[in-house]
Ligand binder design. Structure first.
Ligand code: G3H
Ligand code: ZN
Length: 293
């Protein structure tokens, strides 16, 4: 199996009317857990490292990227490696040498023309280096602890006609859309604007990406995939699972000092969370292994 290009996984999922799950990783335990969860349900998966995770790792991309690529190489399912929510051009340009198959340029906080200019520039660079690239139009709120945007605020939802023009003019391979989900929710009480998703799906030729998926219940995830989402980004749900398990372990074992004991509990909880979320994407989720590279 091993490390495969993200674009291959997204295209394979979309061709089958399904979606690939893409999980944000922060530690090696996250990467190990996501791969084990995907293996347990026989599904390809994407590991993604965000610019915020790189900041947490003291600004260094390579150590976690190399660990994730090594874990992917030994996986029993195809695994993609994606650099997520990148605002820094300098970080974006590290992706090719660091083993990533794809990147996301996130200029969605900028006015349309500036978002388009930054995205077009990033797409030219990415394609020149053999990378698949995702961009965002309309702003999925809640990034980096920011308060969620009002769902009716300008820019809080993606406009279908703008999305059509943006993808054509920028040359991106996939588009993250703002359709009601919000980043960093710790309860699964969110909802997707399915009517808007249907209009976007009809208007845009490239695969659509759902962000802030941790806050959506299983039925909303499956409906979003059925409605045209081809990549589902999930981060917070892993951290909720990990932290709850570690807290419970330490409450039950107040004398514990060996970090392997509580990290094992945290990792095991993330394995279950990843497997459950992949399963929640529905019957269309990819199970056939694409060719390894
Ligand atoms: O790009 C990453 C995702 O949008 C993760 O969002 O942490 O709310 O699941 P989440
Ligand atoms: Zn996101």
């Amino acid at each position: 199996m091993s490390l495969v290009p993200t674009g291959t996984l997204v295209a394979g999922a979309a061709a089958g009317g399904g979606a690939i799950a893409a999980f944000n990783i922060i530690t090696l335990e996250h990467a190990e857990a996501v791969i084990a969860g995907a293996e347990s349900v026989g599904s390809p998966v994407v590991l993604q490292i965000s610019e915020n995770a790189v900041k947490y790792r003291q600004g260094r991309l390579l150590p976690l990227a190399a660990a994730a690529a090594a874990a992917a190489a030994e996986a029993a399912v195809p695994v993609g490696l994606h650099l997520d929510h990148v605002k820094s051009p300098a970080l974006l340009r590290q992706a090719a040498a660091a083993g990533f198959g794809s990147v996301m340029i996130d200029a969605s906080h900028l006015p349309y023309a500036e978002n388009l200019a930054a995205t077009r520039d990033a797409a030219e660079w990415a394609h020149a280096h053999g990378l698949w690239i995702e961009a965002e139009l309309g702003e999925v709120g809640g990034k980096g602890g920011a308060a969620p945007l009002d769902a009716h605020a300008p820019g809080a939802r993606t406009d279908p006609e703008e999305a059509r023009a943006f993808t054509a003019a920028s040359g991106v391979d996939a588009l993250a859309v703002a359709i009601g989900s919000v980043h960093a929710m710790t309860t699964r009480t969110g909802a997707v604007d399915h009517a808007l998703l249907a209009r976007l799906s009809a208007a845009v030729d490239v695969p659509l990406v759902l962000h802030g998926s941790s806050g959506l219940p299983d039925a909303e995830l499956a409906a979003a995939v059925a409605g045209g989402i081809a990549k589902v980004n999930i981060g917070t749900a892993l951290n909720v699972a990990m932290t709850d398990a570690i807290r419970a372990h330490l409450d039950a074992h107040p004398g514990a000092v060996d970090s392997r004991t509580y990290l094992s509990a945290g990792r095991a909880a993330m394995v279950r969370a990843a497997a459950d979320l992949i399963t929640a994407l529905g019957a269309g989720r990819p199970a056939v292994a694409p060719a390894a590279v």
